[in-house]
Write a protein that binds this ligand. Sequence first.
Ligand code: FEO
Length: 390
Amino acid sequence: MAIKKISDTIYNIGVIDWSRRLFDELIPLPDGTSYNAYLVVGSEKTALIDTSDPSKPEEFRRGLEGLPVKKVDYVIANHAEQDHSGLIPLVLKKYPGAKVVTNEKCKEILLEHLPLKTEDFIVVSDGQTLSLGNKTLRFFFAPWVHWPETMLTFLVEDRILFPCDFLGSHYATSEVYSDDSQRIYRAAKRYYAEIMMPFRSFVQKHLATVRGLDPVLICPSHGPVYKNPNFILSAYESWVSDDVEPRVLIPYISMHGSTEAIVDHLVNAFVQKKMEVIPLNMSVSDLGELAIDIVDASTLLFATPTMLLGPHPQMLYTMVLTNALKPKTKYLSLVTSYGWGTKVVEAAKGALGNLKAEWVDPITIKGFPKAKDYEAMDRLVDLIVKKHHT
Ligand code: FEO
């Protein structure tokens, strides 16, 4: 792993994980990821901001050994999750006397997860500073982006923000800086959707804090550095706002073709009405694609066969995850096909209970859709379109 120099006094020695394809054994990583750790060199002290994933100790050690300084005085732990904290013990072993600087909550969590001792820590309060000589670090508590202990570190003299997970992206790249391309925008949106969206109100609050700091550089612990902070801050401001895009997302599963015929009809009907529509076949789509699209879609319309009276299990899984991600969707609906009986509507309403959206006339269809079913779907489409114009 090559060290990425950001300035004469700031280095990124994190590890790029090009081939990782799953996070938390759940989240697909089509672009890999990185675990960035930043060294800040002051005239008197040096501080390492976050570490790296415990699966990469040798790569991280090589990064430390390539640094132009031979001593680390402080390890700033912005977040206790292992992909950033897991190699703190390695750093303390390599640099005896180094202290872990973090808040009380993070210290408590780190002590539970890592072989650390209470005397290894310096506990800071919200807004407190730490002097490195000619450089000052200021800590801002930012709970729930995305754990209760998360905090942001701000290098005051250079106006550089180190927000750890917040504003990051799972995106492996050899480049130091974001090129602000659609690829990075989409990776950051995927990251927001999967990690931050359930905490939207907290994100709004901490985003305002970051705007107020007016950073010139944002150095997240996943993905490239933003030298145009407005790129990511304005994207977040739109994602966390209450505004939605007039768009119908149709996650669906079809076993024998009935639901496929239903979805085809719905898609065509929305197209006729000039309403943007995205069908997503959940038997082949990754959940991240769904997560990206539900960030700002106004409407979610599930289409599923009935299986053992409930939704197809893959669709139930999709609903449960959607419920956990808590998108700002305004309208929900559902169409199900069934053979002899169905309780899909009740099951879906239960599975999506976190969402504050309005349910719009779910439809149940026996067998393959017939003329009266197509008419019912047309009425549903009309109703959904009308709701976007009132
Ligand atoms: Fe990248 Fe919450 O850890």
